[in-house]
Design a protein around this ligand. Structure first.
Ligand code: SAH
Length: 215
């Protein structure tokens, strides 16, 4: 299949991602590979590789490519990991993760988004993704522990079930703050100890659930 967007994608990786300091070659390769336009409504498709977030169904957004790269790099995946993602949304972040680890478990609370994302995974033959409809603030206990956890919606705190379901060693990244703005938080678990780092300011849609904002 001819990919009309290949050069746009390469340009995106060079000018938005590598140029801003993302150096993990595996992350750069995954972002060169995954056809982001497949995850975007056809009316917005020509903007798929532009440097900003875009609306998706259900009043949600697909993150700016740089933010996807940045959060993915923070997980330091090498290939053997089980990864949990909260907030499947369009499925784009899920797809990038799936090229970098053994298996991705992804949780979404809106059925319309989940259905569309699953179609995209199937059409690309990305078979190491399992996605389900649930409140992701409760994690995915049956598949835990996870070597890495990524939350792609903003909440008031890191949900305690996610910390419990993080492997040791393990890394978790999530936007934490109020409903207007958040900061990326990186938790690392090592020898039973949790370390927390607060990173860049970001804006994500709400994490809604038992350990998130109320609906
Ligand atoms: N990673 C996605 C981001 C989508 S926006 C992408 O690249 O497209 C965040 C998503 O989190 C939304 O789809 C929203 O419905 C979902 N979400 C919010 N709270 C959730 C929860 N408690 N459990 C699962 N998904 C949730």
């Amino acid at each position: 299949m001819i990919d009309r967007y290949l050069s746009a994608r390469e340009e995106m990786v060079d000018s938005q991602i590598r140029a801003r300091g993302i150096l993990d070659e595996r992350v750069l390769a995954a972002m060169r590979l995954v056809p982001r336009h497949i995850f975007i409504d056809s009316a917005l498709r020509t903007q798929a590789y532009d440097d900003y977030p875009l609306p998706i169904a259900g009043g949600q957004t697909i993150s700016q490519p740089y933010i996807v790269a940045c959060m993915t790099e923070l997980l330091r995946l090498v290939g053997h990991e089980l990864v949990l993602e909260i907030g499947t949304g369009s499925g784009y972040q899920t797809a990038v993760l799936s090229r970098l680890c053994r298996q991705v478990y992804s949780v979404e609370r809106l059925n319309s988004l989940l259905t569309q994302a699953r179609k995209a995974f199937d059409s690309l033959s990305y078979f190491n993704i399992t996605a389900r409809l649930a409140d992701g603030t409760l994690g995915w206990p049956d598949a835990a522990p996870f070597d890495a956890i990524i939350v792609t919606a903003g909440g008031p705190e890191v949900p305690p079930p996610l910390i419990d379901q993080l492997a040791d060693p393990g890394r978790l990244v999530m936007p934490v703050g109020d409903q207007k703005q958040q900061q990326l938080r990186l938790l690392t678990k090592n020898n039973g100890r949790i370390q927390t780092e607060t990173l860049a300011g970001v804006r994500f849609v709400d994490l809604i659930g038992a350990h998130g904002w109320k609906n």
